[in-house]
Ligand binder design. Sequence first.
Ligand code: HEC
Length: 206
Amino acid sequence: MAFNIHQSHKMILLLPAGMYLLLVILCAVVPAEIERQREAQAPPAPEHPLVEKGRAVFRQLNCGACHTQQVRGDEHLALEIDGRRIVPVLAADRRFASEATGSAHYDHEDPAMMGTQRTGPDLTGVGARLPGTAWHHWHLHDPRAVSPDSVMPAYRFLYVDELPADAKDYEEVGRIDGLTGGPKLYATPKAVALVEYLLSMQGVKR
Ligand code: HEC
């Protein structure tokens, strides 16, 4: 029997089904298996419980709607300096970080919060770029207090100006340059964890 895909009902069904299966294996099963083996070889170091909690707050408040965590690198231009692999950053991403984001950046992320839209800056190395705890608190409390033209929403509900009677794990927020007067600010446990998470973003060490 001559092979004619247009006349054989069996082939019309089997060929697309076979191609679909092949694509699923190539695009989903194989990469998942490679990733599973990589994780088994080098399980990520455990992280501080506060950072873990902060990541959950970040996800809950959907900060990822405006902030990416991915700096794209140009693999073709990768070079090795002092045993360290450096992947130059794409020109379009240059202002966000000095190195590309590696898979290690997502070790603790499930799901990974790479994001797709940069209404705000990429946060990959924000802990290294902005290491001040108090700055982050004042910024979250009122972005426009420290960044006048910011379109970031204020997260005031993460703060109180008086400690509740049963306060536990609250932190007083210190003053920063340029912000004087006003009420005292106390960070709720959620805010404390969120800032701890932001400070843990130190860029990618390979
Ligand atoms: C509507 C979009 C939007 C949302 C939602 C948003 N941000 Fe922002 N964010 C911005 C913009 C715009 C800037 C730049 C101006 C500024 O510094 O406020 C920014 C700046 C920042 C910066 C300073 C980064 C840098 O490199 O200067 C941090 C840290 C930050 N945001 C954290 C957060 C966190 C945490 C959340 C969630 C609680 C969040 N943002 C939610 C828009 C957003």
